[in-house]
Design a protein around this ligand. Structure first.
Ligand code: ATP
Length: 204
């Protein structure tokens, strides 16, 4: 278990996954908020059974998985439904996050979440890394990756923290505006820095 936790965040399509995959290749344990949010409602979980009982079986797809888009639609304009869902899922997510962070074997752990700044969740992180690109690059890369319409991606960008708010909260910024070679360089520098900080944080 490591006590040194590096938060990693950034807007949609900024490159969080590209960055966390690279840290993982360097042997760093990664805990991903999006992965955990899916794990707690996997087929066979109590949470999924409760969601189906509360909102209806139509939210379960034929493969047994939660229809996340339909659930989002259900809670979109219903504050009570949203609150019910959050009070079910938040404690489960918090427990699972703590369990996975405690299981990390590397000198430091990376906690990836798109909502670290919005949710003001960075309190348990010793550093906060922001993956930064201009909005135009976020738009272009997300549309290319997901074949989404521009207006849809723009809505998501508008619903997230602003670039300025994220940069103001950052202890370290990864500029992901250039290519992957430039990204690798920044990541190996940060990795060295975090290894040193984690080592020093353990010193008496
Ligand atoms: P989301 O918030 O939607 O999960 P993300 O922040 O994890 O997104 P990625 O999926 O890592 O973002 O990156 C978005 C897209 O941009 C991907 O297709 C990825 O391959 C591409 N990409 C990331 N970094 C770069 C880069 N430096 N140069 C070119 N393409 C990149």
């Amino acid at each position: 278990m490591s006590n040194f936790i590096v938060g990693l965040t950034g807007g949609i399509g900024s490159g969080k996954t590209a960055v966390s995959n690279r840290f993982a290749k360097l042997g760093v344990g990664i805990v991903d908020a999006d992965v955990i949010a899916r794990e707690v409602v996997e087929p066979g979980t109590d949470a999924l059974a409760k969601i189906a009982a509360h909102f209806g079986q139509h939210l379960i797809q034929s493969d047994g998985q939660l229809d996340r888009a339909a659930l989002r639609q259900t809670i979109f304009s219903d504050a009570d439904a949203k609150q019910w869902l959050e009070s079910l899922l938040h404690p489960l997510i918090a427990n699972e996050t703590a369990r996975q962070l405690a299981a990390v074997q590397s000198s430091y752990a990376i906690y990836v979440s798109p909502l670290l700044v919005e949710g003001n969740q960075q309190g348990f992180c010793q550093r906060l890394v922001v993956v930064d690109v201009p909005e135009s690059v976020q738009l272009e890369r997300t549309m290319k990756r997901d074949s989404n319409e521009q207006a849809q991606v723009e809505r998501i960008i508008a619903s997230q923290a602003s670039r300025e708010a994220r940069l103001a909260a950052a202890s370290d910024v990864i500029d992901n505006n250039a290519g992957f070679a430039e990204l690798d360089k920044q990541i190996s520098q940060l990795h060295q820095q975090f290894l040193d900080l984690a080592r020093n944080s353990k010193a008496p």
